[in-house]
Design a binder for this molecule. Sequence first.
Ligand SMILES: *Cc1c(COP(=O)(O)O)cnc(C)c1O
Length: 343
Amino acid sequence: MWEIKHNIMIELRSDTFTKPTKPMLEAMMAAKVGDDVFGDDPTVNLLEEKMANIFDMEAAVFCPSGTMANQIAIRVHTQPQDEVICDKNAHIYLYEGGGMASNSGVTPALLDGDRGRITAAQIAAVIKPDDVHAPVSRLVSLENTMNKGGGSYYDFKEILKIKKLCNDKGLALHLDGARLYNALAETNETPSDYGNVFDTISVCLSKGLGAPIGSVLLGSVAHIKKARRVRKVFGGGMRQAGYLAAAGLFALENNVERLKIDHQRARVLGDALNKASFVEEVMPVNTNIVIFLVDNVQKRVAQLKEKGVLAVPFGGNQIRFVTHLDFTEQMLEQTVEIIKALN
Ligand SMILES: *Cc1c(COP(=O)(O)O)cnc(C)c1O
């Protein structure tokens, strides 16, 4: 009995824990494939073409992970000694192993954003003068939604201001859009609105969209040509990757519309946590991420686990829940009951 209970743990550690459904696996099994390093995999080519069309960008390249897609973008836009401007909690800085330094020889200029959202004024204030002492400010990188900001998303008007500043100052603009589809589900913008603003965008297929692996980097023909060369050097040139791209195509067709459901369930979790005595604060819940502050992180994560709910310690006094397509309505009800009973 005890073992069976542990097989039905409620998984709220991340939206990366989703497992391919039977129809997704069938789509993968049926994929037509070739050697993608030779540009010969029809399913990878179709995914890249489709994503480029959706975002109204010229080209796209399929990557094994979001980290690689971001790191390729940084390499494409910069030279050693350049500087990347981003939030202090940006994934590219905090969760990519210092990759921008080792892969591209660049340093970050870190800004103190509002739950990860930086402004044009903040960026303008740190752009370096043309002086031999200073690194060359070259790239601005935004993250939307913002993981460490509790799934916060940008006001598109601010993004347009940032774009204008980048144009005026000759800076490239990259978007870490690992969860961009979550932001799009809550706002009136379309993917092409984003495609028309950013020089490059990375999008994860393996988070809320439910594919087992894969991210796509979007950009101009010239940028993506360069990106393919960097991807090969980073070890990301895959052969019959069409089996994986098929999962991405399936995810785009079937799992985008339903993201709102994850957001609604996250809000219900946020409400339950707000009422719980062991919770000191809940960050506003905007999409599928719920970050909350508790009295004792280790104790509460252990208690939740004992009751069958998995969560991650998220630095300081914080715990993170992420909702996703394998987190059902019944699991939501159970989790709310477990939160209520915890003291
Ligand atoms: C998950 C994530 C990534 C990286 O994706 P991986 O596929 O795990 O390498 C990049 N940016 C953000 C904001 C993420 O949440």
